[in-house]
Design a protein. Structure first.
Length: 338
């Protein structure tokens, strides 16, 4: 097996993620507004616990409950004054005040990100007209070891604590690294906001069901989602859709045959062993057999190429039809062999 090489990035890979004709969605109307929940939490007048939570509930009646109990993980059994004080302590924590200050510098103007999300929702309505697109984006600051993207009845919610740049000093500490090691925090960049939002939207439309599926079935299922993501974000660099660096993706294409041989020649494709599958699907720092410079999640890359091959043969397949097509059918009909 050849080792991955560090080679120059072509301008083609940096431009956009697909050579297919991009549909004109400019006439699809999407109403999208951004609300800055974190500014209410960390407001300068947040000096008393009860008025703080009362103000949040008055302005954000639905999300405040989600924030307190799901994001901050307060115990619903606590008395109201204890819950109010718990939120106040978070708002006045020196560490999180620093995170808030950094976020307000970086995201002083959130409009560029709102525009990118809005454009992605236009493509979403084009391909999935029945989907009820959220009308609000709501930003917040939450625990750095928590989650950062979700969909509520109220909005797409975005935790800015995970988008401060891969070199942000807090990401180097054990507080973060114990939950999100460096190969994950390398993608804690603002340019991933729309990508992660649309991944969540795809999950909302098509909840993932991977139980009892073989490795190749899971590869194809992941590939289907990456292909849909590329259609919702057609102007986004392809490497960011899968979470690779541009060099890593370039190397994957250069060594596509070697990647496929890893699965085919080692009889891995039909494996249902969870320990085998997790080596090739999902977040990981590298693919051991392919060398230290290789990315993880290499099974999803291969599955993506299988889906592309299938759609070359059946170009009239809609995204809805693609997602409804059995993974084995896609694999067999694609006859993928790089």
């Amino acid at each position: 097996m050849k080792y991955f090489l560090s080679i120059l990035i072509s301008a083609v890979l940096l431009s956009c993620n697909s050579s297919d004709k991009i549909p004109d969605v400019s006439n699809i109307k999407i109403d999208l507004n951004t609300q800055r929940f974190e500014q209410g939490v960390f407001a300068p007048d947040s000096v008393n616990s009860t008025p703080l939570i009362d103000k949040l509930q008055a302005k954000f009646p639905n999300f405040t409950k989600t924030f307190v109990f799901d994001i901050l993980r307060a115990d619903p059994k606590w008395p109201n004054d204890t819950i109010a004080n718990y939120v106040w302590q978070f708002a006045n924590d020196k560490l999180y005040k620093s995170v808030y200050d950094s976020s307000q510098l970086l995201f002083k103007d959130f409009m560029p990100y709102q525009k990118e999300i809005k454009n992605a929702f236009q493509f979403c309505k084009y391909y999935f007209p029945a989907y009820n697109v959220p009308h609000n984006v709501l930003t917040f600051i939450g625990p750095v070891d928590g989650t950062s993207i979700g969909i509520t009845d109220e909005a797409i919610v975005i935790g800015l604590q995970h988008y401060l740049g891969k070199d942000y000093s807090l990401y180097k500490t054990s507080l973060v690294q114990d939950t999100y090691p460096q190969y994950i925090t390398n993608n804690f960049e603002a340019s991933y906001i729309a990508v992660n939002v649309m991944k969540q939207v795809i999950l909302d439309i098509y909840p993932e069901k991977l139980e009892d599926k073989s490795l190749v079935q899971q590869m194809v299922e992941k590939g289907k989602r990456l292909y849909v993501l590329s259609k919702l974000l057609p102007h986004k660099e392809e490497n960011k859709l899968i979470g690779y660096t541009a060099v890593q993706l370039k190397d994957c294409y250069e060594h596509e045959r070697n990647i496929w041989d890893l699965f085919a020649q080692n009889n891995l494709l039909q494996s249902v062993d969870d320990n085998v599958i997790k080596n090739y699907i999902g977040e990981s720092p590298k693919t051991q057999e392919l060398g230290d410079e290789s990315p993880g999640n290499i099974g999803s890359f291969a599955g993506w190429q299988i889906v592309k091959k299938y759609l070359q043969k059946y170009p009239e397949t809609s995204l809805q039809k693609l997602m409804a097509t059995d993974a084995d059918t896609i694999f067999q009909d694609a006859k993928y062999k790089p």
